[in-house]
Design a protein around this ligand. Structure first.
Ligand code: GLA
Length: 400
């Protein structure tokens, strides 16, 4: 056990002692030394209350891992920008070793006009990360969307572009990666290039504006342009549904294998993992990580969040949404975070761990809140106290 882990155990022993004084948590092992009569354990509400501590009353998550522990942030003049809501800054520096921008390193921000790159907002964020001992993950250069909110897409000029698409893509990727060279450690170069129209559909390339204008070669062109611009930065392919849709995973891995065999510089695969309490199963998640790791590339959990009210299981299973984050749901979410992190640690060899990134700091800042009020997908409450979900991640890291 690492020293920092031992210290962690001691630091949080107050909570553990409190739990055992109340009759033990649900997962305590058999007791020894004579007959014992299990009393009523702490209620779910009591357990949640005991796990709610100020962010700096417990060790930083990043101290528990030998790989990057990241989170997504807003920046520039965005509503929840870390440069406006600055009280996020010490929390980020305390718990995380890696940052990723939710929006400001996507095409509309970086390349707003055909003849204009705009790097200032991203430069400000990268400088913040580096000044606070965090690395920076760039996200994401080649994506056919901008965000889910209001269905925003790539910059308008790009949508209407009628020139040489291959040359334009090369300029975009090369100029951007070169600009951040030496400061950004890893990039999602292409995001969501594989189709996914439901569990029964056969996967294939997604019909995006890049695909339509260049054909599937846009993928390899983008990676080659990135590598030419920075020989050292790690280059990821990033996608969703990889642990819930076997056909999509297989297509993706075959695609990556083919690219690698042909010398296309791809270093890793990012599993987004916007998942729910009921799926995909930990068994499927772990199997998917193993398959990806078998390619010998880095494997990263790139956008982890766990929806409380989303469902993977189709009706007639109960689809009613809970209007509050009940203690029972919070504990379920904790167990789910724990099994996902444990699956990652079991399946991905240390040298191939690209890291684990949660998609946001506090529940109220999550992208899900722009769509649903009744979602609590992340690790921290709005006041930066820890949720049970935080402890799920923490326990899995401690037990590795
Ligand atoms: C996708 C994208 C992210 C983010 C999320 C949620 O997963 O890769 O950049 O937009 O959706 O909003």
């Amino acid at each position: 056990m690492h020293w920092n882990k031992l210290i962690s155990v001691l630091l949080f022993s107050g909570v553990l002692a409190a739990l055992s004084a109340c009759g033990g948590g649900g997962s305590s092992g058999p007791k020894t030394g004579g007959p014992s009569f299990p009393g009523p354990g702490p209620t779910a509400e009591e357990q949640v209350a005991q796990m709610r501590v100020d962010y700096n009353e417990i060790e930083g998550l990043k101290t528990l891992a030998d790989f990057p522990i990241g989170t997504e942030v807003s920046a520039a003049n965005q509503a929840n920008s870390i440069f406006i809501a600055t009280d996020q800054q010490p929390v980020l520096a305390y718990h995380f070793s890696n940052l990723v921008a939710g929006s400001i390193m996507k095409a509309p921000w970086l390349y707003p006009q055909e003849d204009e790159f705009a790097f200032d907002p991203a430069d400000e964020l990268v400088a913040f990360a580096l000044a606070n001992d965090m690395t920076m993950h760039g996200h994401t250069l080649v994506w056919h969307r901008y965000d889910w909110v209001g269905d925003r897409l790539i910059p308008e000029w790009m949508e209407n572009y009628s020139g040489d698409w291959s040359a334009m893509l090369e300029t975009y990727v090369h100029t951007t990666v070169e600009h951040f060279s030496g400061r950004v450690t890893s990039w999602d170069i292409v995001n969501e290039a594989v189709d996914y129209n439901g569990l029964t559909n056969t996967a294939g390339y997604r019909d995006t504006i890049f695909y339509r204008n260049i054909g599937p070669d846009y993928i390899e062109d983008a990676y080659r342009a990135a590598r030419a611009a920075d020989p050292d930065v790690q280059l990821y392919y990033n996608d969703y549904g990889l642990s819930s849709n076997g056909a999509k995973l297989d297509f993706t891995l075959t695609m990556l294998e083919d690219l690698l065999e042909r010398g296309v510089p791809i270093d890793g695969l990012g599993f987004q993992m916007h998942i729910t309490l009921d799926g995909p199963s930990a068994v499927n998640i772990e199997a998917a990580f193993r398959k990806a790791a078998a390619l010998g590339i880095m494997v990263k959990i790139s956008e982890l969040d766990i929806s409380i009210n989303g469902r993977n299981t189709p009706p007639p299973v109960d689809w009613s949404r809970s209007p509050t984050l009940t203690a029972a749901l919070a504990l379920e979410q904790k167990a789910r975070y724990k099994e996902v992190v444990a699956a990652y640690l079991d399946a991905v060899p240390p040298a191939q761990r690209g890291g684990i990134t949660v998609w946001g700091l506090t529940d109220d800042s999550s992208w899900m809140r722009t769509i649903w009020d009744d979602e609590w997908p992340l690790l921290f409450n709005g006041d930066f106290t820890t949720k049970p979900a935080f402890h799920g991640v923490r326990e899995a890291l401690l037990e590795q």
